[in-house]
Design a protein. Structure first.
Length: 506
């Protein structure tokens, strides 16, 4: 590098140090306008809520394109905005192999799951389990969802608050408190219509913010995009497809394909948070078109944030005197706080902020009220009563999420941690849904021990993997959980029916 270029780099680094950690009025204005628009959306749609059908399904009057963008926003979330750049910065692009499995899962959900949900006019998808097997399976499925979604959404909330705390210089506890209050107010008043319309707005915000950060990085990397990609390639940061067949390696194509496919079925077919969006459109065909269209709409967003992580790696390679965060999971928010100029800093903060105001509170509440409160605690109450309970439950779940988020502080790779949690309970839940969709087997009470046993197996296997006693990639756990539940439910169903019949005859 010639002396003139060295001087230019030194001057640039001095400017970066001088502006580090400062938020201008423009940054605050961008975040403020973004937040204000979210609450305008909540007010416009929240004032129309008359019953739980409106609150949970939007009266099935949401336009498919809006539902599609909202689906993308929920899938992306703050966990992706923060976690994907960290993965690309420290590892490579093999995450894209996972997306192949997700795409295949979307097709299966479109043509196997969605027709069943519309056939039974489900508000909560666990109602399908009640129609297909009986109330015991419905209650168990809903409880599994509540546990899974609380844990996963707690990790998401932590990712958001960690990132905002780094940018703002706030302590984690204060940030969690702020975002919990904002989410509770937004969801409790606006319901699913506010969530879906705000999600469409959030998806566009994510893309614009990501593109502008890429442009900034390319302009400030010596040699531009070509040199950046060449440097990343030589360092192995662009490695994408790894076809070696090895059950012990989590980053092979086959492991990610299987994991992506099964996690996709869990996320898009058995998770009320995601499926709730697909049920807000009027017809089954519109719902199917919505989820299929997300295949082509979400891939560019994932690719965009992987590219940000790779460019950040090259940027810090070329500017070694710039400090990195002590924990690399903070790389994007650290970069936003200490390097990005006025305006862009506000855009990234706004994107992370809006990614936190999402729908887990709505989906958790819809499952709780529909599957547990209405049938088990208070039958035949008025719609006004159920609407009040729904809004009260939003507050309760918001407080639980805040506690879980605070407990996630020691986690190193938040993206992998979230998927490990999903693998433990998602497989058993998927196994029961597939048993109901693919067979005619009656297995209502048999499904409960099948799910519990499968969960126990997955927990034990994960502990053995974490302790390096068992050499098995954790990404296979969800496959094992699904298969174990399906087989046990299928085999135990007739046995338990015969046992109950024999007891009744006595």
């Amino acid at each position: 590098m010639n002396p003139m270029l060295l001087c230019e780099v030194a001057r640039y680094e001095a400017r970066v140090v001088a502006q580090a950690g400062t938020l201008s009025r423009l940054d605050w204005g961008i975040v403020g306008v973004g937040a204000m628009l979210l609450f305008v959306i909540s007010y416009v749609f929240g004032r129309e809520e008359k019953d739980t059908d409106d609150f949970f399904l939007g009266g099935r009057r949401i336009p498919p394109v809006v539902a599609c963008l909202s689906f993308v926003a929920t899938e992306i979330s703050a966990l992706t905005i923060v976690g994907i750049p960290h993965t690309a910065f420290t590892e490579n692009w093999r995450w894209l192999q996972f997306l192949v499995g997700l795409a295949l899962a979307r097709l299966v959900v479109a043509f196997l799951f969605i027709p069943a949900f519309y056939k039974h006019n489900c508000t909560s998808i666990y109602e399908f389990l009640g129609h297909r097997f009986g109330p015991a399976t419905q209650y168990t499925g809903s409880i599994y969802f509540l546990i899974t979604r609380l844990l996963a959404s707690g990790v998401r909330l932590y990712a958001t608050c960690m990132a905002v705390g780094v940018i703002m210089g706030w302590p984690l506890a204060a940030t969690i408190t702020l975002f919990t209050i904002v989410s509770i107010v937004f969801i409790a008043f606006g319901g699913i219509k506010a969530v879906v319309w705000a999600g469409a707005y959030q998806a566009l915000f994510f893309v614009v913010a990501g593109i502008l950060v890429v442009v900034y990085l390319v302009q400030h990397i010596d040699g531009g995009l070509t040199t950046a990609l060449q440097t990343a390639h030589e360092a192995g940061r662009l490695s994408t497809f790894y076809f070696k067949f090895n059950f012990n390696e989590p980053s092979t194509f086959w492991a990610w394909l299987a994991s992506g496919f099964f996690i996709g079925l869990v996320s898009f077919g058995t998770d009320q948070e995601m499926v709730q969006r697909l049920l807000t459109v009027e017809t089954r065909k519109s719902s199917q078109k919505t989820i299929i269209s997300t295949i082509v709409t979400v891939l560019p967003v994932y690719w965009l944030y992987l590219l940000i992580g790779t460019l950040l790696y090259v940027f810090y390679q070329q500017n070694p005197s710039l400090p990195k965060p002590q924990e690399l999971k903070e790389i994007l928010p650290h970069f936003a706080r200490n390097v990005l100029p006025t305006g862009l800093k506000g855009l990234i903060l706004g994107a992370i902020f809006m990614a936190s105001v999402d729908s887990p509170l709505s989906s958790l509440t819809s499952s709780f009220v529909t599957d547990i409160y209405r049938p088990l605690i208070r039958r035949h109450a008025s719609e006004k009563h159920y609407l009040l309970v729904s809004r009260t439950a939003v507050v309760g779940f918001g407080l639980v999420l805040a506690g879980i988020a605070a407990a996630c502080a020691p986690v190193e790779n938040i993206l992998w941690f979230a998927f490990k949690i999903l693998s433990l309970t998602g497989g058993p839940m998927l196994g029961v849904f597939l048993l109901g969709l693919l067979t005619q087997r009656k297995a209502n009470r048999a499904n409960i021990p099948a799910m519990l046993f499968s969960t126990g197996v997955c927990v034990v296997l994960l502990l053995l993997i974490q302790q390096e006693i068992l050499k098995l990639a954790w990404s296979w756990l969800i496959v094992i959980g699904t298969g174990t539940t399906f087989v046990l439910g299928y085999l135990l169903g007739p046995v338990m029916i015969r046992s109950r019949t024999a007891q009744a005859e006595k």
